[in-house]
Design a protein around this ligand. Structure first.
Ligand SMILES: [Mg+2]
Length: 405
């Protein structure tokens, strides 16, 4: 497993507590250990929330009607869920995740995706991070176990964390993805529930290899355009989704991975111009101004660097965003490498209505002129079939004031 620690393609972790609610109950009452424990309300309309692994041997699982669970496992020990206690433990666990990366996307109380690309160097590698994370969770909670999947994308990480439960650590070999996926049943794919599974079985597709062999057209015909395409990609182990954190919603950004690595120059500039326009438009729509401009750069060898700069005057206009990002990019040491990913982000957002300190504008006229153009552009976009105006040269410094360039 250690040979994977240096693999820069392993940039996602999915971490999932084992039988979480049941495990917390056992932690608080060790006499329950080793018993078929069922969390839920045993009444006629109740459903099982979580079952311990001993209860799962009797085919008791989450969402099973309690009546059926009692039939399958008459000796089961029932406990009512204690939501507040689970939340408390959940906060401990999420804090552990955040020690390893700021990119944490919780899916529920007991599982989360972690984007670890930016942490690889600091901690030594993806497998090391996974090992330490498991250890830390165990220590911080006083004995709870967690299963972890390490993979090149979110879908594969989630799939992997489930392969060796409980208390497992599974690394997806980036060079053997298809071999891993092919023999698995279709319902192992994240998002394939009982209905999709039955629909796929109905047309003879039971294993992931069958989806691949069936071809994208067949999947689209039976599942619709977007689901068919999506499933086709997942069957090939492809998933381009990134981590979405709460933090992200409080910042506004655009980033792109390029098909071929770009050289710093006209093409990166034109990307930054477009990104600045889009980010500025989002800021105006949200009635926010950004105090900080961030630039994210990833090179062909997956080296990721971030640079940021705090503006003297918070802005919602593209020109200051573009110019700041361009100057940040000029400082990045590429060591001869091409640029694989480029992102322009903003942070330190403040409400548009917050008073700007008077006298801080370097050039009030030009800022005001930009605002007028921006408003016109925003309005033209709201007219259906409208002109769809573009800013054109306004992104360049105004000609009568060449000193700002
Ligand atoms: Mg879980």
């Amino acid at each position: 497993m250690d040979q994977f620690d240096r693999d820069p393609r392993l940039i996602f972790i999915h971490a999932d507590m084992d039988a979480f609610f049941a495990a917390v109950e056992i932690l608080d009452d060790p006499s329950l250990a080793g018993k078929p424990l069922i969390i839920g309300h045993p009444g006629p309309r109740g459903v099982v929330s979580t079952a311990s692994y001993e209860a799962r041997k009797y085919r008791v699982h989450s969402a099973l009607p309690s009546v059926e669970a009692m039939r399958r496992c008459p000796m089961g020990i029932w406990r009512s869920p204690r939501g507040e206690r689970y939340q408390q433990v959940s906060r401990q666990v999420m804090k552990v995740f955040e020690q390893f990366t700021p990119e944490v996307e919780p899916l529920s109380l007991d599982e989360a995706f972690l984007g670890i690309e930016g942490s690889l160097r600091l901690f030594g590698g993806a497998v090391t991070i996974a090992r330490q994370l498991r250890q830390q969770v165990y220590q911080c909670t006083g004995g709870l176990t967690i299963s972890v999947g390490v993979a090149p994308n979110k879908f594969l990480a989630k799939l992997a964390s489930d392969l060796d439960k409980p208390d497992g650590l599974t690394v997806v070999d980036p060079d053997r993805i298809q071999q891993l996926l092919d023999p698995l049943p279709v319902e192992k794919i994240w998002g394939v529930g009982p209905r999709t599974r039955d629909a796929l079985h109905h047309i003879g597709l039971r294993e992931i290899r069958h989806l691949r062999q069936a071809g994208v057209d067949l999947l689209v015909r039976h599942l619709g355009e977007s689901s068919g395409q999506h499933l086709w990609q997942l069957a090939h182990g492809e998933d381009h989704r990134s981590i979405s954190t709460e933090r992200d919603s409080r910042s506004i950004s655009r980033e792109s991975t390029f098909e071929v690595d770009l050289l710093r120059g006209p093409s990166t500039e034109s990307f930054l111009r477009i990104a600045a326009e889009q980010v500025a438009r989002s800021l105006r729509e949200e009635k926010l101004r950004a105090r900080t401009v961030r630039l994210k750069v990833r090179t062909g060898s997956f080296r990721t660097m971030s640079r940021s700069l705090t503006l003297q005057v918070p802005t919602q206009e593209p020109l200051p965003l573009f110019e700041t990002a361009r100057s940040l990019l000029a400082e990045v040491e590429l060591n001869g490498e091409g640029i694989r990913l480029l992102g322009l982000g903003t942070g330190n957002l403040i409400r548009q209505s917050s008073p700007l300190q008077p006298g801080l504008f370097d050039d009030q006229t030009s800022e005001r002129r930009q605002q007028v153009v921006s408003r016109l552009l925003d309005e033209s976009r709201q007219i259906e079939g409208g002109a769809g105006l573009e800013r054109g040269k306004m992104l360049s410094p105004p000609p009568e004031d060449p000193s700002t360039g």
